[in-house]
Ligand binder design. Structure first.
Ligand code: TXA
Ligand code: MG
Length: 317
């Protein structure tokens, strides 16, 4: 039986990890958002094993991670908006969905057969060192079984992908804690497909145009991931709760008197985002009837947090 191996990111470990990627094998690595399950984006077989390890539906495309903004032009068509946004926010938690180059080398499975491709340059020294050493674009969905909570430390990855032949580079706790903002630039109007730490107001300022939000309710969702129940604990989640009911675990925010965990006692939405997934994991205990969550204001990263919480609270797959 194979099992994940966790290594500190020493020179030796980084070299071994880079060799594994080049050989079509899997490596989980830390990014500033969440841990990614990495594989060679140009190797169809390697990409297939990412979908298999996660149990991810093949219609849900992956993000291609690059080591520098200059690498994007080999994968997708770029324009002035791309340059402005990568200058402002890369490396960092912003994913751009761009027209895929027809003769680009990214695996068709990675893009789920779409004529667009999602790219991002992560802001974590381990991720950057790994991608640069491997010298290839790296697909990396969050390193968890599909439909479960994204991992924000190395142990979460090992727990979620138990029977996988996998090297996990341990970079400690992820700084941001929720997945990147996904911005669709395939049309004239830039639109957010997933809320994250790069706020739409900041993007609008850089582009000098309004930014829209494409929610999953349109008849033709542009981000297949929006269709799915995501980030879900095994017990029910009740949102905007004033207090826990008997049997419920409590996840507070700001001042609270109920015993349980608190996303941010001082009411800071960035701190709350960094703690969100680890708290949901810690409270996900079959001995309780559910998890009650205090209201989170929509300011700052609050919108991204509430988006994740709504998906966690949605029943069924
Ligand atoms: O922060 C992150 O983005 C993390 C770290 C590891 O980089 N990765 C991540 O990947 O969250 P994943 O696979 O869990 O989420 C990717 C999201 C999905 O909702 C997917 O549908 C969307 O990006 N996506 C990928 N390619 C797309 C495309 N061509 N068009 C529209 N949406 C796309
Ligand atoms: Mg994910």
């Amino acid at each position: 039986m194979t099992a994940p191996r966790i290594l500190q990111p020493t020179e030796d470990a980084l070299n071994e990890a880079a060799r594994r990627l080049q050989a079509g094998e899997l490596v989980a690595f830390p990014t500033e958002t969440v841990y990614g399950l990495g594989a060679d984006a140009q190797n169809e077989q390697a990409v297939t094993s990412v979908f298999a390890a996660k149990g991810r539906p093949a219609f849900n495309p992956l993000i291609v991670h690059v080591g520098s903004p200059g690498d994007v032009a080999r994968i997708a068509s770029t324009d002035d908006r791309v340059r402005a946004l990568t200058d402002a926010f890369w490396p960092g938690p912003l994913t751009l969905v761009l027209p895929r180059l027809p003769n680009g080398k990214v695996s068709l499975l990675a893009t789920a057969g779409l004529d667009s491709v999602a790219v991002r340059m992560p802001d974590h020294p381990v991720a950057r060192s790994l991608i640069t050493r491997a010298g290839i674009p790296v697909v990396a969905p969050s390193a968890n079984a599909s439909g479960t909570i994204s991992p924000t430390d190395a142990k979460h990855v090992a727990d979620s992908l138990k029977n996988t032949d996998l090297l996990i580079l341990d970079g400690g706790r992820c700084r941001v804690g929720i997945e990147s903002t996904v911005l669709d630039l395939t049309g004239d109007a830039p639109s957010i497909l997933r809320y994250g730490a790069i706020l739409d107001s900041k993007i609008a300022l850089v582009l000098g145009t309004p930014v829209f939000y494409a929610d999953g309710s349109s008849s033709l969702p542009r981000s297949p991931g929006q269709l799915l129940r995501h980030y879900a604990p095994s017990v029910p989640v009740r949102l905007n709760a004033a207090a826990p009911r008997s049997g419920e675990a409590w996840l507070g925010f700001g001042e609270t008197t109920a015993p349980g965990l608190n996303l941010s006692p001082r009411g800071d939405t960035s701190e709350a985002a960094a703690n969100l997934f680890a708290c949901l994991r810690a409270l996900d205990n079959p001995a309780c009837t559910g998890i009650a969550v205090a209201p989170i204001p929509d300011r700052g990263l609050g919108r991204a947090i509430n988006d994740r919480l709504r998906r966690a609270a949605t029943k069924g797959d």
